[in-house]
Ligand binder design. Structure first.
Ligand code: AMP
Ligand code: GLY
Length: 425
């Protein structure tokens, strides 16, 4: 089949990378793609979703896969479906799970899914009243999409009130802060769990753990994610079962009953507190950088799974993972990430002579472009992810860092402790 992947990051590169090795896939298009995805397929520079759907039709695209949240929240799936195209992702209505934290929290409450106690409000007084019932730290979230920056963990009640003020006034996040969620702080460890859904059925993928803070020991500002590993031993069968019974099943049933059956990948941000899972948030797409590790762990065809999910036929998909295999991904970011953009810098990748490394690692390119001479440039943000595979997390981690040592660009930085929660004694 021919596949169109919407997006331009490392997540989309990794989906393309998996599909490029998939015997069910002939041709891959990326819209818009990045300076490296053109090695896996063809970059298509069409921004308008109606035009893109026409392109898919004219070129006989069999399946479109949407990487990032913005096109989903903007309704790209509805546009493609109206034109009779097959697309993997939730409709605009269901994508509100990520587009609006108020919508998401209200769904969790309605469907009885465990989550932090909260209120949603556009009134400072109401927020203040609730803040006074909580103990510190206190979590304040802007309602709308803020590229992962709309969550404040306030260390005092005053800081929480100030955060609410900044959001409601539009100062902090513009329209995205017109409503806020204030909630209790959950103290535990975080997991990323992904369920591929076809509107009725679902398949749970091996759980991942991301590292959101910029610096080692989870210090510094929040980022989009500085590295991840899959599967994490911090989940056992009992926890998976709890997540299925208390989170996935009621959510899919509730959304279906409310006329928004969920197709696509449901990304469940979980906080485990004393062995119990609580939903921090839903996202309506694969995690980045979690996807970069997940994509190399499939034994079965990724294209087949995505196609069957998009066509309501997931129960007939065979989804298998490589046995006894782990993947660790280390993000190499540019100098000023996540504060500001950085000067473009040439990327040099050493020839990898070590067979073991060559066969058990890959680079997922994200913030890269090509100059007129075809040189690969780091263009800021999260530049690429070095992914190592192995029969243990330690082996996979060592390979990821070995690869990271063979990639060079000015200002390159990374965390040195990815997967530490799985490796401490
Ligand atoms: P979110 O965008 O909702 O995932 O929030 C970003 C990050 O803030 C999460 O990954 C958590 O690390 C943290 N966070 C969000 N909500 C809570 C909460 N209720 N308790 C503790 N940490 C939270
Ligand atoms: N890695 C977290 C995210 O994609 O939101």
């Amino acid at each position: 089949m021919d596949v169109l992947i919407i997006g331009s990051g490392g997540r989309e590169y990794s989906i393309g990378y998996a599909l490029s090795k998939d015997e069910n896939v002939d041709k891959i298009y990326f819209a818009p793609g990045n300076g490296a995805t053109d090695e896996l397929g063809e970059n298509v520079n069409i921004k308008d979703y109606n035009e893109l759907a026409e392109f898919a039709k004219d070129n006989g695209v069999d399946l479109t896969v949407v990487g990032p949240e913005a096109p989903l929240v903007d309704g790209v799936v509805d546009i493609f479906k109206e034109k009779g195209l097959t697309i993997f992702g939730p409709t605009q209505a269901a994508a509100q799970l990520e587009g609006s934290k108020v919508f998401m929290k209200n769904c969790l409450k309605k469907y009885g899914v465990p989550t932090a106690r909260y209120i949603e409000t556009d009134s400072l007084e109401e927020a203040e009243e609730f803040i006074n019932t909580l103990s510190e730290p206190i979590v304040v979230k802007a309602d709308g999409l803020c590229a992962g920056k709309g969550v404040i963990i306030a260390q005092s009640k005053q800081e929480a009130v100030d955060a609410v003020k900044g959001m409601l006034s539009g100062e902090s996040f513009g329209d995205a802060g017109a409503k806020v969620v204030v909630e209790e702080y959950l103290d535990g460890y975080e997991l990323s769990i992904f369920a591929v859904c076809d509107g009725k059925d679902y398949v749970v993928l091996p759980a991942a753990q991301d590292h959101k803070r910029l610096m080692d020991n989870d210090e510094g500002p929040n980022t989009g994610g500085m590295g991840a590993y899959v599967p994490t031993p911090l989940v056992n069968d009992e926890l998976y079962q709890k997540v299925e019974d208390r989170v996935i099943k009621p959510t899919l049933k509730g959304l279906e009953a409310d006329g928004m059956p969920y197709t696509g990948v449901l990304f469940i941000g979980i906080m485990v507190v004393n062995g119990e899972p609580y939903v921090l948030e839903y996202n309506v797409r694969f995690g980045d950088p979690e996807c970069e590790e997940l994509m190399v762990l499939f034994e079965s065809s990724v294209a087949d799974m995505l196609y069957k999910a998009a066509t309501g036929n997931l129960k007939n998909a065979e989804v298998k993972f490589k046995e006894n295999t782990y993947a660790v991904g280390v993000v190499l970011a540019s100098k000023n990430y996540p504060y500001s953009s950085s000067e473009p810098a040439e990327i040099i990748v050493d020839e990898i002579v070590h067979e073991d490394l060559k066969n058990n690692s890959y680079i997922a390119y994200a913030g890269v472009s090509k100059d007129e001479d075809g040189k690969l440039l780091a263009t800021g943000g999260r530049v690429l992810v070095c992914v190592g595979l192995g029969n243990s997390i330690r082996e996979a981690r060592d390979r990821a860092y070995m690869l990271a040592g063979q990639v060079h660009f000015a200002g390159k930085k990374c965390r040195m402790d990815i997967a530490y929660q799985a490796l401490r004694d």
